[in-house]
Design a protein around this ligand. Structure first.
Ligand code: SF4
Length: 233
């Protein structure tokens, strides 16, 4: 696994091309949690306006915990999947009553909260607390599969393998871990999409299994045997 080269190329690309999104300008755990609940099943472009309006209406976890369910539902209206709003509201109340109003930083503890699965626990841990922990959503899984496990099957074992690879890739330093997790998601959203893998313009193509095959077909990198011969000289 070309982890170091992959990381370096990805981070350099993200510094230049990562989108300036409101939840990327904060490390406030409540704000990060709101963004992560809204982004489940919903595109970034739809979430931005809702995120800003929701936080104007419920600027802190205490405000949200004290709100009536109808008010939370009203603020979520139009975004869909209302179960997320109910879970977020329940989370605010549990955090207020059981965690002194402080969102926990440990992914294992986060997973005990309403509406939080492995991905969201990892996302809050890394995006709010800059922890070196993986956060594998569908975009990240797609990138890791294509880059490191192009023939991996489906199921629980395959999923565990993807998470292990993600954990091995995340840098140890907090701010770099934050940037890496944002970057790999961004790559899956903008370049390595479900519809097409745009390998010709991908920053990690030279350390990606799928990308190397695509580039070889286009004559962009020498075939493996020639590269091996050159290395032996
Ligand atoms: S090189 Fe292609 S397959 Fe690999 S991560 Fe980039 S777009 Fe995806």
């Amino acid at each position: 696994m070309h982890a170091r080269r992959f990381r370096r190329a990805l981070l350099a690309w993200f510094r230049r091309h990562g989108r300036d999104l409101p939840w990327r300008r904060t490390r406030d755990p409540y704000h990060v949690a709101v963004s992560e609940f809204m982004l489940q099943q919903t595109q970034v472009s739809r979430v931005e306006g809702y995120y800003i309006r929701f936080l104007r209406r419920f600027p802190s976890l205490d405000h949200l915990a004290a709100a009536r369910p109808s008010a939370v539902r009203e603020a979520w209206a139009g975004l869909g999947y209302y179960r997320r709003a109910a879970n977020l509201h329940a989370l605010a109340r549990v955090v207020r009553s059981e965690h002194d109003g402080v969102i926990p930083r440990d992914p294992a503890v986060l997973r005990q909260l309403p509406g939080i699965g492995p991905y969201t626990a990892g996302a809050i841990a890394t995006f709010a607390f800059e922890q070196s922990t993986p956060a594998v959503d569908t975009n990240v899984e797609r990138v890791i599969r294509r880059a490191f496990h192009p023939r991996l099957g489906r199921g629980a074992q395959a999923s565990a393998r993807i998470w292990r690879t993600a954990a091995a890739l995340v840098p140890g330093r907090g701010s770099s871990a934050w940037a890496f997790n944002q970057a790999i998601m961004e790559l899956g959203a903008l370049i390595c999409t479900a519809r097409e893998a745009r390998c010709a313009e991908c920053p990690v193509a030279r350390s990606c299994s799928t990308g190397k095959v695509a580039m070889r077909r286009r004559g962009r990198v020498p075939p493996l045997r020639a590269r091996g011969a050159r290395a032996r000289r």
